[in-house]
Design a protein around this ligand. Structure first.
Ligand code: BG6
Length: 467
């Protein structure tokens, strides 16, 4: 067995959620609709109107997080609670809600980690072109300013945008772009550029307004394997890693377009319009850390240009191919979960090493976890041993990465409590805490501690020594 170094003493053990997936109260207290509220849901799955009803039960939920021993809690603020129309008038009640939430979190000695924007763009902005419209950059910057002003005295860690790379690679699935557009990819890469500029402005503003706070990006980053040692497969993996991972982090950290990704954009005719001054804004902003989400590695092979190599699904964790560049492949060495996602703890260690090798910034894991159909047994028992095994194996590999010299300062798995999955309803559960409701039957929404709750509690109290 390899020797593992202990976790740092101030390691931020915690859990994650996002506003639209956990809060509910979708139109209460002045909240405006987001693109999520207006989206169509896959048949047989619930919408996000009630979700886990955290909006009304946050005190009970935070108390349960505290009981697990959370050192940190990563959640997102719903832009549409603060600005129902994306910009314009501030909604006082929205500010009040997050004031109370943040105070409650801090009361229990938990460090709040705030995602500024997690997929739920205000619908009013979407109607004016969303991220295709440069005005959205200003709306986002103004929204950030309001958050820093109101919550900056109590929030030290900020995340700019959740999984910008998944929004771009799976634009149709996440609703960022109209799938009927003639050239949706060209449009998506224009939106991508605007999000980059928005992120850079947020980082600069945060440093200016809150000198003691820290801010960073939160993409989904995973190691990419070639399907074989065939040189063309290796090249395809190299291309895909640039387009999927490094495009986003090179921009966040160095303020420049990754050369391989840029060559791809040129070849395909997807290059965005860059206005004078944009590159300067991008180069002048620097993150303090890198946050990233990891669920599984991906494997790709060379594509000979076959149109079928595009494998668009509603699932942002399944590789979407690009004819002539790469195509998704499955990894024969990995087992899959019940939703078809591969499970790869060693790939997690490799990912941590790769990111740190490239950027030498402190890392925090803001999502990692197992979606499963849990069974509520008699006596309020949920025996989610599969989730414990998944997390144990990933924490072990994270510890090995730390032993390799990678600087990791926190782990906030998905999800702190059951919530509605992005595309697969509430039945696909991730939490340490069970929420008693079904897809369409809200039941009593009561909170029940799963086996993983007790397990994670002792992981935290032993600072990761007792896995
Ligand atoms: C991440 C998102 O992509 O994966 C979360 O940031 C999401 O919002 C999580 O819920 C798990 O994916 P899914 O599709 O199983 O909910």
């Amino acid at each position: 067995h390899e020797r593992r170094k202990p976790f740092p003493n101030d390691f931020l053990w915690g859990g994650s959620t996002s506003a639209y997936q956990v809060e509910g109260a979708w139109n209460e207290d002045g909240k405006g609709p987001s693109v999520i509220d207006m989206a169509k849901y896959p048949e047989g799955t619930t919408d996000f109107k009630v979700a886990s009803d955290h909006y009304h039960r946050y005190k009970e939920d935070i108390a349960l997080f505290a009981e697990m021993g959370f050192k940190a809690y990563r959640f997102s603020i719903a832009w549409t609670r603060i600005y129902p129309n994306g910009d314009g008038e501030v909604n006082r009640k929205g500010i009040e809600f997050y004031d109370q939430l943040i105070n409650e979190i801090r009361k229990h000695g938990i460090e709040p980690i705030v995602t500024i924007y997690h997929f739920d763009l205000p619908y009013a902005l979407q109607e004016k072109g969303g991220w295709s419209n440069r005005a959205t950059i200003d709306a986002y910057e103004n929204y950030c300013k309001t958050l820093f002003e109101h919550f900056g005295d109590r929030v030290k860690y900020w995340l700019t945008i959740n999984e910008q790379n998944m929004m771009i690679l799976h634009g149709e699935a996440i609703g960022t772009v109209d799938p009927n557009l003639k050239n949706p990819k060209k449009e998506l890469y224009q939106q991508n550029h605007h999000m980059f500029v928005a992120q850079a402005k947020a980082m600069a503003l945060c440093h200016q307004m809150l000198p003691d706070a820290k801010i960073g990006p939160a993409p989904n980053i995973v190691t990419i394997y070639p399907a074989s040692s065939k040189p063309e497969d290796v090249l395809a993996a190299n291309n895909y890693a640039a387009i999927r991972n490094w495009l986003y982090l090179d921009m966040a950290v160095y303020g420049r377009y990754n050369n391989i990704a840029w060559a791809y954009l040129e070849e395909k005719g997807y290059t965005p319009t860059i206005l004078e001054g944009d590159m300067e804004i991008l180069q002048n902003a620097k993150p303090d850390f890198i946050a990233f989400n990891y669920y599984t590695s991906q494997t790709v092979a060379a594509s000979e240009g076959n149109e079928e190599d595009v494998n668009q699904t509603g699932d942002q964790h399944i590789t979407v191919g690009e004819p002539g560049v790469y195509k998704g492949a499955s990894n024969p060495h990995l087992k899959k979960n019940e939703f078809g996602w591969e499970i790869d703890p060693v790939g997690f260690r490799t990912t941590l090493r790769e990111i740190y090798d490239r950027y030498h910034l402190p890392l925090i894991v803001t999502e990692n976890g197992l979606g499963a159909i849990d069974q509520l047994e008699e006596g309020d028992v949920i025996n989610d041993t599969y989730r414990i095994e998944f997390l144990r194996n990933h924490i072990e590999q994270m510890q090995l990465a730390i032993s390799d010299g990678v600087e990791v300062f926190g782990f906030c798995p998905w999800s702190a409590i059951d919530l509605v999955s992005t595309h697969q309803g509430i039945s696909k559960r991730y939490g340490f805490i069970y929420v008693n409701r079904d897809e369409f039957d809200l039941k009593d929404l009561r909170r029940i501690r799963k086996q993983s709750f007790y397990w994670y509690k002792q992981v935290i109290s032993s600072n990761g020594a007792n896995l």
